[in-house]
Write a protein that binds this ligand. Structure first.
Ligand code: FAD
Length: 377
């Protein structure tokens, strides 16, 4: 087993870390207060390759492997959960689905503008009535000559109201899903209610409404009725990204708490000298390191073309729950100040909670892991 990263992987990580520290961290609190994704940031994100992480270089992307993409996701998470989630939906879900199932013609048509950041991507699977049981989607796609007509409502779609292009997953028969690429300028496509959330305030989460939304058969992604298989592949990779993002959030919280514990004095001593404070910091750091290793193992399996479904679920389950624990412990280290908006920790506690829910809840990860275990025993 080799625990070293390649020099090019470390170079990408360090470049993103520097960009995040300079361009994202100082503005994260303001964006969160304003409560919307800062669209002027998009060209900046694109200029450093963050809008085309996994897109091949001949289609204007950065062509990164899964492990390097996980290193990037952690750095983004350490800077701002909202920006990181916006890019996760764009890169892992929308672009991820195209890389998984689109034809060469579709990739050439859709990927370069997404990679350039000319338009943001979204991925619409969840519906008001179907979340964990995604295959029960009720949005329909009906064939009409060379066209398809989509009708239904999608729920909780990251970038829903701000994306220029969305991969919409619809039912072409009962429990048979098919994906379609839909432009935001399609007259049958519109954003509905914008959700007010506990955290991730600078990430757009909207309903999408499809009413007689017509696309052509050239906009169908993958085989008719085989969409759920593609969705699972997309989510396997997406879970690596969400786990890495969560580790970044947890790391930022622990770094803040550690710096605070060195400065803050009570009973004539720095907090960092109290054993109970040291325990919190040490436990959090250890659990985050363990989560990162699980996530990087899944990414490494993916990069070597080996099965990684269970590894991705184990990584996502452990990393997201560890990151939540670390964020909460960090808030406790700051005492009353941890509860104030003066420090980023309260925002991280709110932001990180989503990671145990999105792209498959912790319960669903346990189901995936247990099924694999039972099948293999
Ligand atoms: C901020 C945010 C952003 C999101 N972004 C996107 C996006 O971009 N695209 C998209 O398609 N979706 C998105 N989602 C949706 C997200 O993936 C779903 O919320 C998630 O999959 C859970 O579905 P649900 O909310 O309907 O919960 P439900 O499926 O109703 O689950 C409710 C509870 O029951 C548990 N449960 C369900 N089934 C079982 C079972 N078989 N055994 C045990 N427990 C079970 C769940 O774990 C959960 O605790 C987003 C959600 C949020 C909140």
């Amino acid at each position: 087993m080799d625990f070293r990263y390649r020099d090019d992987q470390l170079a990408v990580r360090d470049a993103v870390r520097a960009f995040v520290r300079e361009r994202i961290v100082p503005r994260a609190a303001e964006w969160s207060e304003r409560g919307e994704f800062p669209l002027p940031l998009l060209p900046e994100l694109a200029s450093v390759g963050l809008t085309g992480l996994t897109v091949p270089t001949d289609l204007e992307g950065a062509g990164l492997d899964a492990l390097t993409t996980a290193l990037v996701a952690e750095e983004l998470g350490a800077g701002d959960g909202s920006i990181a989630l916006t890019l996760a939906a764009h890169n892992s879900l929308c672009i991820g689905h195209l890389l998984t199932a689109a034809s060469a013609e579709q990739k050439a048509r859709w990927l370069p503008p997404l990679a350039r950041g000319d338009r943001l991507g979204a991925w619409a699977l969840t519906e008001p009535g179907s979340g964990s049981d995604a295959v029960a989607a009720k949005t329909t796609a009906r064939r009409d000559g060379d066209a398809w007509v989509l009708n239904g409502t999608k729920q909780f779609i990251t970038n829903g109201a701000i994306a220029g292009f969305t991969v919409v997953i619809a039912a072409t028969a009962d429990r048979r899903l098919t994906a379609f690429g839909v432009g935001a300028d399609n007259p049958g496509f519109r954003a509905g209610k914008r959700e007010q959330k506990m955290g991730l305030h600078a990430s757009d989460t909207s309903q999408l409404i499809l009413s007689d939304c017509r696309v052509t058969d050239a906009d169908r992604i993958g085989e008719i009725g085989a969409g759920f298989g593609d969705v699972r592949k997309v989510l396997d990779r997406g879970r690596i990204g969400i786990g890495a993002l969560a580790i970044g959030l947890g790391r930022a919280a622990v770094e803040t708490a550690t710096a605070y514990a060195k400065e803050r004095k009570q009973f004539g001593k720095a907090l960092a000298e109290f054993e109970m404070i040291q325990w919190k910091l040490a436990q959090s750091r250890t659990e985050l390191d363990a989560g990162r290793l699980l996530i990087h193992r899944a990414a490494s399996l993916a990069d070597r073309g080996l099965p990684f479904t269970r590894a991705a679920s184990e990584g996502k389950l452990y990393a997201t729950e560890a990151a939540s624990r670390a964020a909460n412990a960090s808030l406790q280290v700051l005492g009353g100040y941890g509860y104030l908006r003066d420090y980023p920790v309260e925002r991280i506690v709110r932001d990180v909670r989503l990671m145990e829910i999105g792209e498959g809840t912790s319960e669903i990860q346990r189901i995936v892991i247990a099924r694999d275990l039972v099948a293999a025993t």
